[in-house]
Design a protein around this ligand. Sequence first.
Ligand code: SAH
Length: 342
Amino acid sequence: MTDIKSMNIPELTAFLKEMGQPAFRAKQIFSWMHRGARSFDEMTNLSKDLRQKLSETCLLTAPTVERKQVSALDGTIKYLWKLSDGNCIETVLMQYKHGNTVCISSQVGCRMGCAFCASTLGGKVRDLRPSEMIDQVLFTQLDSGKPISNIVLMGIGEPLDNFDTVMRFLELVNHPDGLNIGMRHISLSTCGLVEKIDKLADLQLQLTLSVSLHAPDDETRSSIMPVNKSVGVERLFQSCRRYFEKTGRRISYEYAMIDGVNDSDRQADLLASHLKGMPGHVNLIPLNEVKESPLKPSRRVAQFQKRLESHGVTVTVRRKLGGDIDASCGQLRRKRELEQQH
Ligand code: SAH
């Protein structure tokens, strides 16, 4: 079966041409799919014959809601979607003053092995397809009735470990006949796959790159993020610098504050020295506790922030949303897995 929603317009045009269809059909079908049609039968401006042929040859993905949790504190909605093969992924809808933001997953599970993260506990099951990434935005919008203006690729998975899919997703979600979400409204978060950051820099997209740094020295970073063992902080910052030079876009550095691990003044000083001469922005995240992990939230967030600011670094502390609904980092998918084991 052809995964038709993963196609771009040129591919769709060629595919339909082989079925003897004119070029304008591609646009018609593209906009039906990206408005959330769940079957070809809904595409009423196509002939019955064509609809029949498409349903015989193509898979039109549409996930179902496996679980939905709404935060009583701030209205954050967390979806656990069931995909066509039975795997589940998480999507979170956050409501901010500047608009509704959806946090989407890029893989089923993750193979990066970060010590503080629940998404990686069961390893990686498979990559998502472009259609399955689009569906998270599309069906979250349809189910919630909230128009989505911003996307962050900060859900389950490492987006740069599924590079081609993520690039196709960006092309599709950005398309004027589709969801039409501008690159400047999209953030991509990575644990630091340097060759892929370099490749992304060459594309000169206007999206925001977030780098999950979490420690400024190799000893600490390698102890909590296995990806650092082969690369190192120096090399990571080289790629960050290159990214900024190529795109002119400021990078945002994610830093989950962990008690006694990465929250010392010495580490704040070192972090500031890495950022010298390169506009960037540090986002301090109060650690979300994961049951299986011994790591605890830091009690020095405010001091660490002050120390960074004393070096002229721009710092924000992330506001916690959806604290009552397991709304972070693979926790809901994990909970379901554990419940099914028992
Ligand atoms: N793989 C990508 C995107 C997914 S994780 C990446 O590493 O950036 C999204 C963000 O949540 C990352 O910055 C990640 O490090 C952070 N994160 C994961 N588990 C966390 C936890 N328990 N507490 C706080 N932040 C966490």
